[in-house]
Design a protein around this ligand. Structure first.
Ligand SMILES: C[S@@+](CC[C@H](N)C(=O)[O-])C[C@H]1O[C@@H](n2cnc3c(N)ncnc32)[C@H](O)[C@@H]1O
Length: 370
């Protein structure tokens, strides 16, 4: 399998300046080099932080066209951002990805409804799921929830400012709190969770059944770091534990190669894409990271075609929203993204039962695709 350079090996910031041998064996600090490396690293982080603008503008487009019902999305749009109408295949993809993860989360919340639960959203960016779910929960009386969002400080500061400035959001957050739903926003570089002494995540309760979400987040980390981040949670949380992730797959076919090179031209190297490029590799990855009681994975194209994920009525509704004549392109795009889920503990097995439908082994083989 082709490999890409491990950019993380260039990171020196957390270790302090490297030393190199001077004349006579004297060690001198490599300050000049390390400041360049740090600047390059900060630049790469910034590019990754800004990927949230794409997520936010895709969400706005899908909401404006009626794919998603999300009154909270405009609150977190970048200041002055206009709704840019995305291509129909992008809007449909945003719809499937959002509703698929919602489905996994709601099943988790509905299972054993009197049990207090916890959700940890990695790289949450401008995601609005907390408020959307709370609106549902208020009518469906789901369990009490501790909802944690983690992201880089720059993104968290922006989100915190938006939540404070918007009366609508602060009002909903307060109402949610009265109803037992608490929102926690943490500025944290996830890579620091792999340190020997990781920073604490305030109010994270190790005893609660927990669902971890990574919607296009862990894919920006080197695969080993992504695994270590997951292991931080599998080791520190004691009870039921589940993970739902969404990320691109199949980098090796013609479409995949174009996807990789388009991203590279923007300075984005999706580091897990090569290693976890197939459905089976995603399944195995979850197993090895400690979600070893069960795993499931479907690509977005399979999800859209399955009643388990998108009901017939929803498909009819979605297909009336706008004309999509690039059916082949849709299939291609949608087969290059997947949602994977895995768990430890019986409760998740029950909550997520039957989600893969009638999976055949050939569907998972992905031969020639990834
Ligand atoms: C493509 S955005 C997705 C945002 C959101 N999950 C969504 O789907 O709408 C990726 C997010 O992951 C965050 N992220 C990536 N690497 C991270 C890291 N090492 N620590 C914290 N956040 C990270 C980025 O800052 C960004 O907000």
């Amino acid at each position: 399998m082709a490999s890409i350079p491990n950019l993380n090996s260039l990171r020196t910031g957390r270790r302090g300046p490297r030393l190199r041998g001077g004349r006579g064996g004297r060690a001198i600090p490599e300050n000049d080099d390390s400041s360049h490396v740090e600047a390059a690293e900060a630049g790469r982080d910034k590019v990754i932080q800004q990927t949230d603008n794409d997520a936010s503008s895709s969400r706005l487009s899908a909401v404006a066209l009626g794919y998603l019902d999300d009154p909270y999305a405009p609150v977190f749009a970048a200041q002055g951002e206009q709704v840019v109408r995305r291509y129909p295949i992008i809007n449909r993809g945003t719809y499937v990805r959002t509703t698929a993860i919602d489905n996994l989360v709601k099943r988790f919340l509905q299972h054993d409804p009197n049990q207090r639960k916890q959700i940890v959203s990695l790289g949450a960016g401008s995601d609005t799921r907390f408020w959307r779910l709370w609106t549902d929960a208020a009518s469906a009386s789901f369990a009490e929830v501790e909802y944690h969002e983690l992201d880089f400080e720059a993104n968290v500061n922006q989100k915190r400012a938006s939540t404070r400035q918007s009366l609508f959001i602060s009002d909903m957050t307060q109402k949610a709190e009265k109803g037992g739903w608490r929102y926690h926003l943490h500025a944290l570089d996830l890579r620091n969770l792999t340190n020997k002494s990781p920073p604490p995540i305030p109010n994270l309760d190790p005893e609660l059944p927990t669902l971890i979400l990574s919607e296009c987040c862990l894919c920006y980390l080197p695969p080993d770091t992504a695994t270590s981040v997951l292991q931080y949670f599998t080791m520190n949380l004691k009870g039921l534990l589940g993970l739902a992730l969404y990320e691109p797959i199949r980098p090796l076919d013609a479409f995949g190669k174009t996807m990789v090179s388009n991203l590279a031209s923007r300075g984005i190297h999706l580091q897990t894409l090569q290693r976890y490029g197939t459905l089976e590799a995603q399944r195995q990855r979850l197993r090895l990271a400690g979600f070893n009681d069960g795993q499931g994975v479907r690509d977005v194209s399979q999800m859209y075609a399955s009643e388990t994920w998108v009901s017939r009525a929803e498909r009819v509704r979605v297909e009336r929203l706008e004309w999509l004549d690039e059916v082949e392109e849709w299939q291609l795009l949608a087969s290059h993204y997947c949602v994977a889920w895995g768990w430890r503990g019986q409760g998740f097995g029950e909550a997520w039962q039957g989600l893969e439908g009638s999976r055949t082994s050939s569907e998972d083989r992905d031969d020639g695709l990834g």
